[in-house]
Design a protein around this ligand. Sequence first.
Ligand code: COA
Length: 257
Amino acid sequence: MTEHVKVEIAAGVMTLTLQRPEKKNALTGAMYNAMSQALKQAETDPAVRVVLFQGDGDSFTAGNDLADFASQARGESEVDSPAHRFIETISKVGKPLVAAVQGNAVGVGTTMLLHCDLVYLAENARLITPFVNLALVPEAASSWLLPLRIGHARAYAMFALGEPMDAQGALASGLANAVVPQADLRQRAHDVAIALTRRPAGSLGMTKKLMREQQRIAAQIAEEGVLFKERLATPEAREAFAAFAERRQPDFTKLSA
Ligand code: COA
């Protein structure tokens, strides 16, 4: 157990549970590092055949901790961030990844789902990618993978307007496998994880590899990463983070590109 991320291995399933519900499971550097470390362990540990992500409380995750973004924007902390390393790590995992999502899945909470192989949503799940509202750009290869999965128009509305995608919409557009009552969510995701542990691991690994354009994904992550870093240092981004901290709407109108 690392602070705010519980790691359990049982019956071939590594379960990663986000445990910072008082902050809607917003992800700190320590939490990203804990998840990256667990995923690296999962890749080499024969006791792990499947990884399952879930979050405690009413939200899957509110995405990157905005106080961390703000301190990166002020140049006070490392921008080659644990977040970027987590994104690189999850994008390369060969073992099956399953996610159980309730409530809000914001930013990386949604983009990481594009790297999961099976996604189960509670009826109240909402996928939100408000990168432009934060004066940032999409990450985790989502600028390529999301339009690929749901089409340009819907992806653009999610990125540029921050339009949430509800659970039924996500199911209909192919971002999820099923929508279930919240009370059944964890059991459903766990059952399917167990089913995967009984499949031949070699065949699963090759199937996943064949289904993902790994080089293209890595190139997109790298390109996004450069722009994301640049964006974090802009007055627009500083205004966005200050507005969140001050619980007000940002005003970008006096700032030019
Ligand atoms: N980073 C840091 N703290 C966060 C956070 C984040 N991404 N998201 C929520 N929190 C904190 C809030 O500041 C609040 O803390 P406080 O109780 O100490 O004031 C607490 O979590 C509860 O959040 P609150 O906004 O009151 O909950 P809500 O149910 O009204 O709204 C969200 C939930 C997720 C819609 C809203 O918190 C939100 O929009 N968060 C920002 C999401 C975001 O932009 N993430 C980055 C994506 S790249």
